[in-house]
Design a protein around this ligand. Sequence first.
Ligand code: 9MR
Length: 356
Amino acid sequence: MLSRRQTLKTGASCLAALTGLIAPKAFGARGGESSPFGAAVRPDLLGADLDYTNALRRHCRMIVPEGGMLWNDLRPNEATYDFKDADKVASFAADNGMKLRGHTLVWYGVMPSWTENLTGKSAAQDELLKHIDTVVGRYRTRMDSWVVVNEPLIDKAVNFDDLRPTIWQRTIGIDHFAMAFEAAHAADPTAKLIINEYDIEYVGERYRNRRLALTALVRLLVDRKVPIHGVGIQGHLVANLDIDVEGLRQFAQDMKALGLKISVTELDVIDNLLPADVAQRDALVSQRAAAFLTSLNEVARIDSLLTWGITDKYTWVPMYYKRADGLKNRPLPLTDQYVPKPLMATIAQFSNVTGL
Ligand code: 9MR
């Protein structure tokens, strides 16, 4: 939790930036003009909630399905592929001239239980490759990018091989990452292929260790000439944790040296421990995001900037981080009435937000 002194200081500097006392160019010096802004979208709301749908049309140049392209959505059972939600999101992107990202091919989360019955290396390998070939192939040439690997590291990772014990890791071993990237590249050579992680941006040993473990894992893939084009930093920022500015810069430099672009893939700011006052809270949220984005952007322009949802009305944050005072979380760039917040002004300094 921030001390009162820290709170006032950070709040004041944020307001100064927002009111123009600090030149906005100081943040966006490398230019955000061509980096698309976008958001994760919920297929069930597309077309059903018109305010939501129009807000996406207004502000986003790129989208990713929040759900719909996960294994559990696409593969209710071994024999079936269900593309209903995935196709809905893909059509919405095409109809509105937006770029599209696929999410995700290799992740420990929300796996259908039947995959646990895959026994032996070759059965698992066949299933993984078939899935990637079918799913990536379906959207061939229509994807800007795919999150091929999501959250590979265990929470307390120190080394590159401190990996989640997924079905793929248990049956195939670490080679499944290379296999997945190669299969995705073969199925759609035009899509940028990304590895994505969280909890690498704060001050503290656990975050530093995770940053170094991720760097080592990425280096291993690049050294093996695996077709990987970018690293995604999710950016579910915990508002009361300090950003490790130096550590992030170093990470961005290491990725640049490896020839990889950095995207911010799931930005939102978790505000459960921030003060209740809405103006102060929105300013602190925006300021945390500014510190994070500035560190990355100083090394190289952020390739694309996506938030995990667009409005406070629909966000995963209260599932895990409800406020004790009963007030609603405010993690996203638009209010629940679709009004742009200070966070949106910050985002616009690093990416192309339309309709402001
Ligand atoms: O926001 C997503 C929520 O709707 C899903 O139920 C949940 C499933 O575990 O995943 C949430 O999104 C996660 C994303 O897929 C990966 N990075 C972390 C996100 C928040 O947990």
